[in-house]
Design a protein around this ligand. Structure first.
Ligand code: 1GP
Length: 248
């Protein structure tokens, strides 16, 4: 499945379930076999896509992505921390610009470096406005990007950022508390952002229970991302519970 068809597929998921479930696999957290096993479980549990990536990467991405592609029919969507996190063994890439920050390197610099490789690998990008929201602790993305998150009690600041992303032609907005965030993005902020935009809204970071995931969907999230909770103490049952709670 190539990337524009992945966007179409996301819309089909939204029509069918009202909201979708993405599982983040961080190549830094698992070796090839373990990542591949996780991907199989993710598919069987009923998730809708796999995001592959992280803020900081020392493992070789290529064999991990290749194994995921071999083991699952789910779309593999790259979620890169920078322009080095690219591989042809994927269906799509979230072409993210860190619009909540004012670091030109993550607004446009890494995107320019990545562009020729995305073309070479025939990965059509999904332009995504990525917004870091204060999550109660300092996260890897905050440190690596050198950007300050939007304060969690300022939905009035978050909304116009998301609207600007849509006006700039981006096709998704990602509200991110950061992987392992102490607190997920507040419901009030999700609702405020959702009310300002018509493009799909992804919400992730610090979502640890299916109940919280369902609350985020109720607040306006179109897609929920979980990462840590499955890598650390995830069972197959928990994955299924997340998928059911989000699709309900
Ligand atoms: C991070 O939103 C994702 O980019 C997932 O976060 O690992 O905290 O679930 P967690």
């Amino acid at each position: 499945m190539r990337s524009n068809s992945v966007l179409d597929y996301f819309n089909v998921v939204l029509k069918k379930h009202n909201a979708g479930y993405f599982v983040l696999i961080d190549p830094e957290q698992c070796e090839v076999d373990k990542c591949a096993k996780l991907a199989v479980a993710v598919e069987q549990a009923g998730a809708d896509a796999i995001l592959l990536g992280g803020s900081f990467l020392t493992n070789d991405l290529h064999p991990i992505a290749k194994a995921l592609k071999q083991e699952t029919e789910l779309p593999i969507v790259l979620f890169p921390g920078d322009s080095m996190h690219l591989t042809p063994h994927a269906d799509a890439i979230l072409y993210i610009s860190l619009i909540s920050g004012r670091n030109p390197n993550y607004l446009i610099g890494e995107q320019v470096k990545a562009a020729p490789w995305i073309q070479r690998y025939a990965l059509k990008p999904i332009p995504t406005g990525y917004m870091l929201i204060e999550g109660g602790n300092r996260t890897a993305v905050e440190f690596m990007s050198g950007t300050a998150p939007i304060p969690r009690d300022k939905p009035d600041i978050a909304g116009p950022h998301a609207l600007a992303a849509e006006y700039l032609g981006m096709q998704m907005v990602y509200l991110e508390a950061g992987s392992g965030a102490a607190q997920p993005v507040p419901d009030q902020m999700i609702s405020a952002v959702k009310n300002q935009i018509s493009i799909p809204l992804i919400v992730g970071g610090g979502i640890r229970t299916p109940k919280i995931a369902a609350e985020k969907v109720k607040a306006g999230a179109d897609f929920i991302v979980t990462g840590n909770v499955l890598e650390k103490n995830g069972s197959f049952e928990l994955m299924k519970d997340f998928a059911n709670a989000i699709h309900a």
